[in-house]
Design a protein around this ligand. Structure first.
Ligand code: CU
Length: 161
């Protein structure tokens, strides 16, 4: 019994281990560290960050996805025009060239989680799916982290699609 308890604890420790270590594989794609940021109680918009490495010989394309906490999932690009930060929806997906790693992060191309059904809470995680042109639908899990030093994510608070 004591052994069982120890084994269970160990199993949990492995499952819950450092969030920074989680990655997901689909064919030649490796999806590293899908993460999100906490939102205020009544927020309707959240973010998703991750990186995708393509070790294959053919290009692929991130064309969409979903998340349990959100009604809609979009890929957005942030740009600065005349000193003003703007966002637009990326309609044609994110191209993943062979041998390249694409990072979706604050201030650049990122995932926008819209019509939030519940707040996104630091320390928790939620399920999602990424949809690729070639690799198809890939289940992932987003871990919710705090705002790092210098993170620009709070600018999403006023973002309306
Ligand atoms: Cu956005």
């Amino acid at each position: 019994m004591r052994f069982l308890a120890a084994a269970t604890t160990l199993g949990l420790a492995v499952l819950l281990g450092p969030a920074s270590a989680h990655e997901f594989k689909a064919g030649s794609l490796t999806i590293d560290h899908p993460s999100s940021r906490p939102t205020p109680p009544n927020a309707k918009v959240g973010v998703g960050y991750l990186s995708i490495r393509n070790d294959g010989t053919e290009p692929d394309r991130l064309v969409g996805g979903s998340a349990t906490v959100a009604g809609r999932f979009e890929v957005h690009a942030s740009t600065v025009e005349d000193g003003v930060a703007r966002m637009r929806r990326v309609e044609d997906g994110v191209v993943l060239e062979p041998g390249a790693t694409v990072t979706l992060a604050s201030g650049g191309t990122h995932v926008m989680l819209l019509d939030l059904k519940e707040p996104i809470v630091k320390g928790q995680s939620f399920d999602g799916t990424l949809v690729f042109e070639r690799a198809g639908a890939v289940p992932v899990r987003f871990s919710v982290e705090g705002f790092g030093a210098g993170a620009a994510a709070p600018s999403h608070g006023g973002h309306q699609p």
